[in-house]
Design a protein around this ligand. Structure first.
Ligand SMILES: [Zn+2]
Length: 110
C-alpha cells in the first residue's frame, strides 16, 4: 500500500510538472488547470502559431488533467480506505493491476 501511494505521489508530481509547462492552475481547486495562451507576437504568422500551439496544448492539457484527477481520486480513496475497490462491481481490484496502474478505478473484468 505504501509502495502504491508513493507511486501515485510520484505520478502526481510528474503530471503537475508537465501541466505547469502548458497550463496554469485554476483557482484553488486541486487538479484543475487551464491551458495557457502564449502571446508570441502580434503579426499574422505569430497569431497563427499561437493558435496552433494553443489548440495542440488543449488536447495534451485535457489528457494530463484527466490523469491527474484519477491520481487525486485514488489518493483520496486511500485516505478514506476505499482504495483498490472496483467502482463498478465493488470487488477488490487485484494488486497486480494496481501495481501496473495505481490509479485504476475498475477491475480487469469491468
Ligand atoms: Zn469490477
Amino acid at each position: 500500500m505504501e509502495e502504491l501511494k508513493n507511486a501515485l505521489l510520484e505520478e502526481k508530481a510528474e503530471l503537475e510538472k508537465n501541466l505547469g509547462k502548458i497550463a496554469k492552475p485554476v483557482d484553488k481547486e486541486e487538479g484543475d488547470y487551464e491551458t495557457s495562451f502564449e502571446d508570441i507576437g502580434t503579426d499574422k504568422d505569430d497569431n497563427a502559431t499561437e493558435v496552433d500551439q494553443y489548440t495542440q496544448n488543449l488536447g495534451v492539457e485535457s489528457a494530463l488533467e484527466k490523469n491527474l484527477q484519477d491520481v487525486i481520486d485514488a489518493l483520496e480513496k486511500m485516505d478514506k480506505g476505499t482504495y483498490g475497490i472496483c467502482e463498478n462491481c465493488q470487488k477488490e481490484i487485484p494488486v497486480e493491476r494496481l501495481k501496473a496502474n495505481p490509479s485504476a478505478k475498475t477491475c480487469i473484468k469491468c
